[in-house]
Design a binder for this molecule. Structure first.
Ligand code: FAD
Length: 433
């Protein structure tokens, strides 16, 4: 790969999430001088955690688990010596329909699902089997989920199971979501879920330590402000930490952010890649003195009028005893980035959500809540509409030595730590690591 002239050594990697850190680690181990610039005060990006209690375990700001198919993430966990902390279980994941949770995570629950007549259950099971069996989503290209799912699984199954979930996650875009994305959700996922006991943050702390051990740097609290090409092929990176020249820059930021930082990217590039919408994510996390959802880990809410789309009781999967007896409950949403929930205080949200928590468990009272945290992140969920694939940028950009690698390039699977790690592995190999 081309690198700028001597005297401007090294690679700047913008963003210290799963992708940026894995890439930096691989390049640093191959002898490259790397500097990671991360705006936040901790590494880990969307998968970052915070400490529960003083010196307690890390807990993700947004609920996280792995699937058995997340082979790149599992391999990295092994490589970092963390395999003994990787726990696999099959917790209860359910759908709330008409006030009742239904488990739909296998053929038997689908075939006995009482909300649909037997004929519709069979069609639902058949459609799911087709998505599981199709080795690639090629046959689904050009079709929306809203078109494909009712055709193959029946309208009633679509309206009962899929449409409310698509609406919950994608709002007004629900009808435009690409069918291959749905293939990714069904084909690539397992009911066996993996969690790194002590928190996924340990991966990112280990990567940061590995980068430092190979003479790289991870600069936290460093917001990148611009990337400009210089006449000799070097790139000038201006950040809150100063103004520097690098031989190579890899941006792991959302494409729209990279385009904002690099005004020299040409119009033709912008026309194609400054495209599409993304939602932000918000989670209110409650530490309760007792369980709320009984034995359910993951509850997708399809009933209307709930102010959150998922209730995830982490401690119905990983024991509360690991968190000092706290029962940890996430109440999650994907929302437009300017939605008022994104900036609301945890107390205000708790007040708004409490009546709905009583719908989930009539005994719930505010006295159960010992602690409460709120987290919001922009550009957290790409909206994978029909034309999405055509607008995925390649790693190379028209500016020599400026590369992009980000979770918006993940397709057709839903983004996840695994796919960011996979992209990092692929790009590292292409860059010679
Ligand atoms: C609600 C939710 C649930 C999820 N659940 C799961 C799950 O169960 N399992 C799973 O594997 N994945 C899950 N994910 C997805 C997973 O977190 C992401 O796919 C993965 O962490 C993306 O990593 P990344 O490095 O590509 O991007 P990011 O984590 O977004 O990293 C980009 C980094 O760039 C930084 N940045 C932005 N602008 C600047 C700037 N100007 N200067 C410097 N730095 C900047 C950001 O702070 C961020 O740290 C979930 C995500 C969300 C939001």
């Amino acid at each position: 790969m081309d690198m700028a002239s001597a005297g401007t050594a090294g690679t700047a990697i913008l963003g210290g999430g799963a992708l940026g850190l894995t890439l930096a680690y691989r390049l640093a181990r191959a002898g490259e001088r790397v500097v990671v610039m991360e705006r936040e005060p901790v590494v880990g990006g969307l998968a970052a955690g915070f400490r529960v209690g003083e010196d307690g375990p890390w807990l993700e700001k947004f609920y996280h688990h792995l699937f058995r198919t997340d082979t790149d993430a599992i391999a990295l966990i092994r490589e970092l010596g963390l395999a003994d902390k990787l726990y696999w279980g099959t917790p209860n994941t359910s759908l709330l329909i008409g006030g009742t949770p239904y488990r739909l995570d296998g053929p038997l629950p689908v075939l006995t699902f009482p909300r649909l007549p037997i004929h519709d259950r069979l069609r639902l099971a058949f459609g799911l089997a087709v998505l599981k069996a199709l080795p690639t989503p090629d046959l689904l290209e050009g079709r929306t989920a809203a078109d494909w799912l009712p055709r193959w699984m029946g309208r009633r199954a679509y309206e009962t199971v899929w449409e409310p979930q698509l609406r919950g996650k994608f709002g007004a875009y629900a009808g435009e979501i690409a069918a291959p994305w749905m293939w990714g959700r069904i084909h690539c996922r397992t009911s066996s879920l993996g969690y790194l006991r002590g928190g996924f943050q340990q991966i990112y702390e280990a990567l940061a330590a590995g980068i430092a051990a190979h003479d790289g740097a991870v600069r936290l609290g460093t917001a990148v402000e611009s990337i400009r090409p210089e006449a000799d092929g070097a790139l000038r990176v201006v950040s809150s930490a100063g103004d520097e020249r690098y031989g190579r820059v890899v941006s792991t930021l959302a494409p729209r952010l990279t385009l904002r930082l690099a005004p020299d990217l040409p119009e033709s590039y912008r026309a194609r890649y400054e495209w599409g919408a993304a939602f932000g994510a918000h989670c209110l996390i409650l530490a309760l003195d007792r369980p709320l959802l009984k034995d359910v880990y993951w509850l997708s809410i399809t009933d209307p009028d709930y102010p959150f789309l998922a209730a995830v009781e982490h401690t119905n999967y990983i024991p509360a005893s690991e968190y000092g007896g706290r029962h940890l409950l996430y109440l999650g949403n994907y929302l437009p980035m300017d939605h008022p929930t994104m900036t609301a205080t945890p107390d205000a949200l708790l007040a708004r959500y409490s009546p709905h928590l009583r719908r989930l468990n009539p005994a719930f009272s505010r006295e159960w809540v010992r602690e409460c945290w709120g987290f919001a992140a922009p550009f957290a969920q790409p909206i994978v509409t029909l034309d999405y694939k055509r607008h995925i940028p390649p790693h190379e950009t028209p500016i020599p030595n400026l590369y992009v690698a980000n979770m918006f390039q993940v397709y057709p699977q839903d983004r996840g730590q695994n796919y960011s790690i996979q992209l990092a592995n692929t790009l590292a190999a292409r860059l010679g690591a």
